[in-house]
Design a protein around this ligand. Structure first.
Ligand SMILES: Nc1ncnc2c1ncn2[C@@H]1O[C@H](COP(=O)(O)OP(=O)(O)OP(=O)(O)O)[C@@H](O)[C@H]1O
Ligand SMILES: [Mg+2]
Length: 235
Protein backbone atom coordinates (compact mmCIF):
# COMPACT_ATOMS: atom_id res chain seq x y z
CA UNK A 1 0.00 0.00 0.00
CA UNK A 2 1.25 3.46 -0.87
CA UNK A 3 1.77 5.90 1.99
CA UNK A 4 1.65 9.56 1.08
CA UNK A 5 3.69 11.87 3.30
CA UNK A 6 3.20 15.63 2.90
CA UNK A 7 5.85 18.08 4.15
CA UNK A 8 4.27 21.49 4.52
CA UNK A 9 4.51 24.91 6.20
CA UNK A 10 3.65 28.35 4.88
CA UNK A 11 6.83 29.68 6.53
CA UNK A 12 9.64 29.86 4.01
CA UNK A 13 13.03 28.30 4.68
CA UNK A 14 11.97 26.10 7.61
CA UNK A 15 13.29 22.89 6.04
CA UNK A 16 10.46 21.48 3.90
CA UNK A 17 12.76 20.52 1.03
CA UNK A 18 15.44 19.26 3.41
CA UNK A 19 12.95 16.98 5.17
CA UNK A 20 11.34 15.84 1.90
CA UNK A 21 14.59 14.93 0.18
CA UNK A 22 16.00 13.23 3.27
CA UNK A 23 12.78 11.27 3.77
CA UNK A 24 12.86 10.17 0.13
CA UNK A 25 16.49 9.12 0.39
CA UNK A 26 15.83 7.34 3.71
CA UNK A 27 13.02 5.25 2.29
CA UNK A 28 14.77 4.56 -1.04
CA UNK A 29 17.98 3.52 0.70
CA UNK A 30 15.98 1.22 3.00
CA UNK A 31 14.44 -0.67 0.09
CA UNK A 32 11.07 1.06 -0.23
CA UNK A 33 10.11 1.95 -3.81
CA UNK A 34 9.84 5.72 -3.36
CA UNK A 35 8.46 8.69 -5.30
CA UNK A 36 9.10 12.40 -4.67
CA UNK A 37 6.65 15.00 -5.95
CA UNK A 38 7.89 18.58 -6.05
CA UNK A 39 5.00 21.05 -5.77
CA UNK A 40 7.34 24.04 -5.52
CA UNK A 41 7.68 26.02 -8.79
CA UNK A 42 11.28 26.71 -7.74
CA UNK A 43 11.95 22.99 -8.34
CA UNK A 44 14.32 22.59 -5.38
CA UNK A 45 13.50 18.93 -4.77
CA UNK A 46 13.46 18.18 -8.50
CA UNK A 47 16.91 19.79 -8.85
CA UNK A 48 18.15 17.74 -5.90
CA UNK A 49 16.85 14.59 -7.56
CA UNK A 50 18.54 15.49 -10.85
CA UNK A 51 21.88 15.56 -8.95
CA UNK A 52 21.33 12.14 -7.41
CA UNK A 53 24.21 9.77 -8.19
CA UNK A 54 23.20 6.77 -10.31
CA UNK A 55 24.69 4.17 -7.97
CA UNK A 56 22.26 5.13 -5.20
CA UNK A 57 18.74 3.72 -4.81
CA UNK A 58 16.52 5.41 -7.38
CA UNK A 59 13.64 7.77 -6.55
CA UNK A 60 10.81 8.44 -9.01
CA UNK A 61 10.35 12.20 -9.39
CA UNK A 62 7.50 14.37 -10.64
CA UNK A 63 7.71 18.16 -11.06
CA UNK A 64 4.14 18.51 -9.83
CA UNK A 65 4.20 22.32 -9.67
CA UNK A 66 4.09 22.43 -13.45
CA UNK A 67 1.11 21.67 -15.67
CA UNK A 68 1.20 18.37 -17.53
CA UNK A 69 2.47 18.33 -21.08
CA UNK A 70 -0.05 18.62 -23.88
CA UNK A 71 -2.24 15.53 -24.34
CA UNK A 72 -1.44 14.33 -20.82
CA UNK A 73 -3.99 14.57 -18.01
CA UNK A 74 -3.11 15.79 -14.53
CA UNK A 75 -3.87 12.37 -13.07
CA UNK A 76 -1.56 10.73 -15.65
CA UNK A 77 1.17 13.21 -14.72
CA UNK A 78 0.74 12.34 -11.03
CA UNK A 79 0.77 8.57 -11.45
CA UNK A 80 3.52 6.60 -9.69
CA UNK A 81 5.21 3.39 -10.83
CA UNK A 82 3.41 0.19 -9.76
CA UNK A 83 4.66 -1.03 -6.39
CA UNK A 84 5.53 2.43 -5.05
CA UNK A 85 5.31 2.29 -1.25
CA UNK A 86 6.25 5.77 -0.12
CA UNK A 87 5.26 9.01 -1.81
CA UNK A 88 6.83 12.20 -0.43
CA UNK A 89 5.45 15.64 -1.31
CA UNK A 90 7.63 18.73 -1.04
CA UNK A 91 5.49 21.86 -1.03
CA UNK A 92 6.13 25.59 -1.46
CA UNK A 93 5.51 28.24 1.20
CA UNK A 94 2.54 29.58 -0.72
CA UNK A 95 -0.29 27.42 -2.02
CA UNK A 96 -3.71 28.10 -3.52
CA UNK A 97 -6.55 26.30 -1.76
CA UNK A 98 -7.21 23.96 -4.71
CA UNK A 99 -3.53 22.99 -4.76
CA UNK A 100 -3.64 22.36 -1.02
CA UNK A 101 -6.67 20.11 -1.44
CA UNK A 102 -4.92 18.09 -4.16
CA UNK A 103 -1.84 17.77 -1.95
CA UNK A 104 -3.78 16.65 1.12
CA UNK A 105 -6.03 14.15 -0.65
CA UNK A 106 -5.32 10.60 0.62
CA UNK A 107 -2.42 11.84 2.77
CA UNK A 108 -1.26 9.35 5.34
CA UNK A 109 1.04 11.67 7.28
CA UNK A 110 1.59 15.42 7.34
CA UNK A 111 4.85 16.82 8.65
CA UNK A 112 5.29 20.47 9.59
CA UNK A 113 8.92 21.54 10.07
CA UNK A 114 9.49 24.48 12.41
CA UNK A 115 12.57 26.55 13.17
CA UNK A 116 13.49 27.74 16.67
CA UNK A 117 12.54 31.40 16.28
CA UNK A 118 9.69 33.43 17.72
CA UNK A 119 8.45 34.54 14.30
CA UNK A 120 8.52 31.00 12.93
CA UNK A 121 6.67 29.71 15.99
CA UNK A 122 3.84 32.24 15.68
CA UNK A 123 3.47 31.88 11.91
CA UNK A 124 3.56 28.09 12.11
CA UNK A 125 1.06 27.98 14.93
CA UNK A 126 -1.42 30.05 12.87
CA UNK A 127 -0.69 27.89 9.84
CA UNK A 128 -1.39 24.67 11.74
CA UNK A 129 -4.77 26.00 12.85
CA UNK A 130 -5.72 26.73 9.23
CA UNK A 131 -4.20 23.48 7.98
CA UNK A 132 -6.05 21.45 10.57
CA UNK A 133 -9.41 22.59 9.16
CA UNK A 134 -8.43 21.44 5.66
CA UNK A 135 -6.99 18.18 6.98
CA UNK A 136 -10.28 17.38 8.73
CA UNK A 137 -12.11 17.92 5.46
CA UNK A 138 -9.72 16.41 2.92
CA UNK A 139 -7.41 14.02 4.77
CA UNK A 140 -9.37 12.93 7.85
CA UNK A 141 -7.29 9.76 8.24
CA UNK A 142 -3.94 11.54 8.17
CA UNK A 143 -1.77 12.12 11.21
CA UNK A 144 0.03 15.40 11.69
CA UNK A 145 3.37 15.96 13.37
CA UNK A 146 5.75 18.78 14.04
CA UNK A 147 9.50 18.43 13.52
CA UNK A 148 11.80 21.02 15.07
CA UNK A 149 14.56 21.74 12.58
CA UNK A 150 18.00 23.36 12.79
CA UNK A 151 17.97 22.85 16.53
CA UNK A 152 20.81 23.96 18.79
CA UNK A 153 19.81 22.50 22.09
CA UNK A 154 21.61 24.84 24.47
CA UNK A 155 20.15 28.00 23.05
CA UNK A 156 17.44 30.31 24.27
CA UNK A 157 15.73 30.05 20.88
CA UNK A 158 15.26 26.29 21.30
CA UNK A 159 14.02 26.60 24.89
CA UNK A 160 11.56 29.28 23.76
CA UNK A 161 10.32 27.07 20.91
CA UNK A 162 9.76 24.10 23.22
CA UNK A 163 7.92 26.28 25.74
CA UNK A 164 5.78 27.77 22.98
CA UNK A 165 4.90 24.33 21.58
CA UNK A 166 4.19 22.98 25.05
CA UNK A 167 1.74 25.82 25.72
CA UNK A 168 -0.02 24.96 22.45
CA UNK A 169 0.01 21.24 23.25
CA UNK A 170 2.11 20.60 20.15
CA UNK A 171 5.17 18.60 21.05
CA UNK A 172 7.57 17.80 18.19
CA UNK A 173 8.03 14.14 17.25
CA UNK A 174 11.66 14.80 16.34
CA UNK A 175 14.29 17.53 16.74
CA UNK A 176 16.86 17.68 13.94
CA UNK A 177 20.06 19.50 14.76
CA UNK A 178 21.55 22.33 12.74
CA UNK A 179 24.25 20.52 10.77
CA UNK A 180 26.36 21.08 7.70
CA UNK A 181 25.64 17.46 6.80
CA UNK A 182 22.26 18.63 5.46
CA UNK A 183 23.89 21.39 3.44
CA UNK A 184 26.38 18.98 1.85
CA UNK A 185 23.71 16.34 1.21
CA UNK A 186 21.45 18.90 -0.43
CA UNK A 187 24.20 19.97 -2.85
CA UNK A 188 25.04 16.38 -3.85
CA UNK A 189 21.55 14.93 -4.45
CA UNK A 190 21.86 12.65 -1.45
CA UNK A 191 20.41 12.39 2.05
CA UNK A 192 22.17 11.98 5.37
CA UNK A 193 21.37 8.25 5.20
CA UNK A 194 23.42 8.02 2.00
CA UNK A 195 26.43 9.54 3.80
CA UNK A 196 29.03 7.80 5.96
CA UNK A 197 27.37 6.49 9.13
CA UNK A 198 30.28 7.73 11.24
CA UNK A 199 29.74 11.28 10.00
CA UNK A 200 25.97 11.27 10.43
CA UNK A 201 25.49 9.12 13.54
CA UNK A 202 23.89 11.92 15.57
CA UNK A 203 21.62 13.00 12.70
CA UNK A 204 20.52 9.41 12.10
CA UNK A 205 19.52 9.15 15.76
CA UNK A 206 17.35 12.25 15.39
CA UNK A 207 15.82 10.86 12.20
CA UNK A 208 14.96 7.61 13.90
CA UNK A 209 12.47 9.50 16.10
CA UNK A 210 10.66 10.74 12.99
CA UNK A 211 10.80 7.36 11.24
CA UNK A 212 9.52 5.62 14.40
CA UNK A 213 6.58 8.02 14.48
CA UNK A 214 5.89 7.60 10.77
CA UNK A 215 6.00 3.84 10.86
CA UNK A 216 4.23 3.44 14.19
CA UNK A 217 1.35 1.05 14.50
CA UNK A 218 -1.54 1.16 15.08
CA UNK A 219 -1.65 4.93 14.46
CA UNK A 220 -0.91 4.27 10.81
CA UNK A 221 -2.60 0.95 10.28
CA UNK A 222 -2.75 -0.26 6.67
CA UNK A 223 -5.85 -2.29 7.47
CA UNK A 224 -8.48 -0.56 9.54
CA UNK A 225 -10.99 -2.75 11.27
CA UNK A 226 -14.54 -2.00 10.11
CA UNK A 227 -16.64 0.44 12.17
CA UNK A 228 -13.66 1.50 14.21
CA UNK A 229 -13.10 5.20 14.48
CA UNK A 230 -9.73 5.89 12.89
CA UNK A 231 -7.15 7.54 15.05
CA UNK A 232 -5.98 10.96 14.13
CA UNK A 233 -3.61 13.02 16.18
CA UNK A 234 -1.66 16.17 16.40
CA UNK A 235 1.42 14.72 18.01
N1 LIG B 1 18.95 20.87 9.90
C1 LIG B 1 19.60 21.74 9.09
N2 LIG B 1 20.88 22.07 9.33
C2 LIG B 1 21.54 22.96 8.54
N3 LIG B 1 20.99 23.56 7.48
C3 LIG B 1 19.70 23.27 7.19
C4 LIG B 1 18.95 22.35 7.97
N4 LIG B 1 17.70 22.29 7.44
C5 LIG B 1 17.69 23.11 6.40
N5 LIG B 1 18.89 23.71 6.23
C6 LIG B 1 19.24 24.71 5.22
O1 LIG B 1 18.32 25.80 5.35
C7 LIG B 1 17.98 26.29 4.07
C8 LIG B 1 16.45 26.23 3.91
O2 LIG B 1 16.06 24.88 3.96
P1 LIG B 1 14.96 24.30 2.94
O3 LIG B 1 15.29 24.73 1.54
O4 LIG B 1 14.85 22.86 3.19
O5 LIG B 1 13.68 25.08 3.44
P2 LIG B 1 12.25 25.18 2.73
O6 LIG B 1 11.23 25.22 3.79
O7 LIG B 1 12.13 24.11 1.70
O8 LIG B 1 12.36 26.60 2.01
P3 LIG B 1 11.29 27.20 0.94
O9 LIG B 1 10.13 27.70 1.75
O10 LIG B 1 12.07 28.31 0.29
O11 LIG B 1 10.92 26.09 0.00
C9 LIG B 1 18.73 25.44 3.05
O12 LIG B 1 19.90 26.13 2.68
C10 LIG B 1 19.07 24.18 3.83
O13 LIG B 1 20.26 23.55 3.36
MG1 LIG C 1 11.63 24.19 -0.35
Amino acid sequence: MIRKIVVINSKGGCGKTTLSTNLASYYASHGYPTALFDYDPQDSAARWLAQRPEHLAGIYGVAAAHSPEENITRSFQLRVPPGTQRLILDTPASLKRMELIEILRDAWAIIVPILPSTIDSCVTSDFIMQLDKEVRLHAPDASLAIVANRVRRNTRAFQTLMKFLEEKDLSPVACLRDSQNYVHASADGIGIHDMKATLTRVDREHWQDLIDWLEAEPLHSDVDPPDTEKQRSIA
